[in-house]
Design a protein around this ligand. Structure first.
Ligand code: TXA
Ligand code: MG
Length: 311
């Protein structure tokens, strides 16, 4: 694929750069694109070689399915075999936004995308750079988070590790991600949340008008849900409060330069979590301590990511 894929380029999302990235995608290259949740490593979902390239760059097992990103409901319906009323209700309420719907896949979606499953995960991102790229490329884009397998997801262009960025055509810089943690993944057939996110079960129930199913066989249904995931290199531990010598995340005032204060608000905490963990990870401290957040429902998505980072 020429020299372009050998050197990392951080690009501003100008019209010319978006066109160049769209052309690179259509030629089978990967592009790091910002979304409102985290940065994704995008490729043309209809091109098997491009999809395999994403798995290779990430070091991701082939049975771990990717999310397909599209511009709107019409394009999503093109990727799936059925579009039940539940999908229509959820899509009209939450798209564009951080909700991924799992539905039976259309024939045109190659099995490489879905890890051999008969279902496909689709989502309509709301980040304007992701939307501009989708509009320019005019193909569905599969995009896992732009990190190596099992590492922390990037939420700024600078947090995209060179191992990933250098193998992509470019890193499109869309600024810091507004949501900060990955989308809620919802399986329409079993009516269950497979991965918690900022769109909560209560919000989904309110739209559907009935309670959700239990996420019973998540490991089988959603093979990406490994117990350890989203982890920094430095060992992480939960504590009630940070001591004066500790490095980590605190709700109170920082006691040294290796402590970062986060708000006691689940949305703001989620928004900053990966950025702060990526930053603290570079300190090469022996351990990072995180002050225990509240255990209420609103903190469920944050707790899910913390548990995986703890291992
Ligand atoms: O916010 C996000 O969703 C980000 C941005 C870039 O859009 N993407 C992301 O992708 O987090 P990834 O590949 O890191 O996570 C995809 C998740 C995994 O947990 C995977 O198991 C699940 O979606 N998934 C994908 N296809 C599935 C399917 N057919 N059935 C069940 N789960 C699926
Ligand atoms: Mg990921």
């Amino acid at each position: 694929m020429g020299g372009s894929s050998l050197s990392r380029q951080k690009l501003a999302p100008t019209d010319a750069n978006l066109r160049a990235c769209a052309d690179a995608l259509l030629a089978g290259e990967a592009v790091v694109m910002p979304t409102e949740t985290v940065y994704g490593l995008a490729a043309n979902a209809l091109n098997r070689d491009a999809v395999l390239r994403v798995f290779r760059i990430k070091g991701r097992p082939a049975d771990n399915p990717l999310i397909v990103h599209v511009l709107g409901i019409d394009e999503a319906r093109d990727c799936v075999a059925t579009w039940p009323p539940e999908a229509q209700k959820l899509a009209t309420t939450f798209w564009p936004g951080p909700l991924t719907l799992v539905l039976p896949k259309a024939v045109k979606i190659p099995p490489e995308v879905t890890g051999g499953l008969f279902s496909v995960a689709v989502r309509v991102p709301r980040h304007k750079v992701a939307r501009a790229l989708l509009a320019a490329a005019k193909v569905p884009l599969c995009a896992p988070s732009a990190n190596r397998f099992m590492a922390l997801s990037p939420t700024t262009a600078d947090d995209v590790y060179p191992e990933i960025g250098d193998q992509a055509f470019a890193v499109l810089d869309g600024g810091p991600c507004e949501v900060g943690i990955e989308s809620t993944v919802f399986d329409v057939a079993s009516c269950a949340v497979l991965r918690p996110g900022v769109i909560t079960p209560a919000q989904l129930e309110a739209v559907l008008g009935h309670p959700l199913g239990a996420p019973t066989s998540v490991e089988r249904l959603s093979p990406g849900q490994y117990p350890r995931h989203y982890a920094p290199m430095t060992p992480l531990e939960l504590v009630e409060e940070l001591g004066p010598e500790d490095a980590g995340i605190t709700f109170g005032a920082p006691q040294n330069l290796r402590q970062r204060q986060l708000p006691r608000d689940p949305t703001a905490f989620a928004q900053a979590l990966y950025t702060v963990l990526n930053d603290l990870d570079r300190l090469a401290a022996p351990a990072l301590r995180v002050a225990r957040p509240p255990s209420t429902k609103e903190w469920e998505a944050v707790w899910d990511r913390l548990r995986r980072a703890l291992g």
